[in-house]
Design a protein around this ligand. Structure first.
Ligand code: MN
Length: 242
C-alpha cells in the first residue's frame, strides 16, 4: 500500500478538464492508497466555506467525501490560494485539516510536509503579504464580508499578483536552500515533501550530516501527477498514467 501526495491542482470552473482529471484520480489511484495528502492549492482560490454551494465546488467536495467514505484517510494542508478552507469544508469533504508544517511517518521515514511557500524566503513582498492575510484578525474580517465582495477582492489581488510575477526574477519564486536545510534540521526529518513552486523533482541533500531528500510535487496545469510513497521509497508518477 502506498501513500499519495498531490498539490497545486488550481481547480476552478473555467478549467473543467483539470476537474475531470482530478475526479478520475479520486476514483482511480486514490482508491488503492492507504492515504491521500493534499498539500495546498487544490483550488485556484477559496473565498470561504460558504462557497461550497457553487456547483463546481460541490462536485469536488462530494467526490472527496466519497473517497473518505470508502475508507481512505484524507488530509488537507492549505496553500497560498486556498488558505481560507475551514472546518465546514473539511467536515463536508470528510478530510482532516493539517497545519503547515506537519510531520508524519510514511514508508518508514519521518516526513516533513509543507505547502512550500514559507520556504520562498527570498520573496520579501510575498512573505509580508502572507503574514498579513494569515493573521486571525484579517481572516475574521475578510470572512465577515459578503461572498460576492470577497470574490471581487480576490480577483483584484490575483490580477495584481499576476502582474508582479511577470517582473519578479524566477529564482526569487523558488525555495531558499538555507530555509530547506533549517526546516529539515529543526524537524529532524530526512524527507521533505512540498509543492507550490511547480518544479517537480527529487533533490538529494545533506542536512546536518544526515542524507536527506526533498520531493517537489507537480502542478496540474496541463496534465496531473502525484508522489507515491511506500516502504521502498517515493516516486513521482504522471496522471493520467502514460
Ligand atoms: Mn502555492
Amino acid at each position: 500500500m502506498a501513500t499519495l501526495f498531490i498539490s497545486d491542482l488550481h481547480l476552478c470552473p473555467s478549467r473543467p478538464q483539470t476537474g475531470r482529471l482530478f475526479l478520475d484520480f479520486l476514483a482511480g489511484p486514490a482508491r488503492q492508497a492507504d492515504g491521500l495528502y493534499i498539500l495546498g492549492d487544490l483550488f485556484e482560490y477559496w473565498a470561504g466555506d460558504d462557497d461550497r454551494d457553487d456547483p463546481f465546488n460541490a462536485g469536488i467536495c462530494s467526490a472527496l467525501r466519497a473517497l473518505s467514505e470508502a475508507g481512505i484517510p484524507l488530509f488537507f494542508m492549505a496553500g497560498n490560494r486556498d488558505f481560507l478552507v475551514g472546518e465546514d469544508f473539511a467536515r463536508a469533504a470528510g478530510l482532516k485539516l493539517l497545519p503547515d508544517p506537519s510531520v508524519i511517518a510514511t514508508g518508514g521515514a519521518t516526513t516533513l510536509l509543507m505547502h512550500g511557500d514559507t520556504l520562498c524566503t527570498d520573496d520579501d513582498a510575498y512573505q509580508a503579504f502572507r503574514a498579513e492575510v494569515r493573521a486571525p484578525e484579517w481572516r475574521q474580517a475578510f470572512l465577515s464580508l459578503p461572498l460576492s465582495r470577497r470574490k471581487q477582492r480576490i480577483e483584484a489581488l490575483r490580477r495584481e499578483s499576476e502582474a508582479e510575477k511577470r517582473v519578479k526574477p524566477l529564482d526569487i519564486m523558488d525555495v531558499n536552500p538555507g530555509a530547506v536545510l533549517r526546516a529539515l534540521t529543526f524537524h529532524r526529518c530526512p524527507r521533505l515533501i512540498h509543492g507550490h513552486t511547480h518544479r517537480p523533482a527529487r533533490h538529494r541533500l545533506i542536512a546536518d550530516g544526515v542524507p536527506s531528500e526533498r520531493w517537489v510535487l507537480p502542478d496540474w496545469d496541463a496534465t496531473g501527477g502525484y508522489l507515491s510513497c511506500d516502504a521502498a521509497g517515493c516516486s513521482l508518477l504522471d496522471w493520467p498514467t502514460r
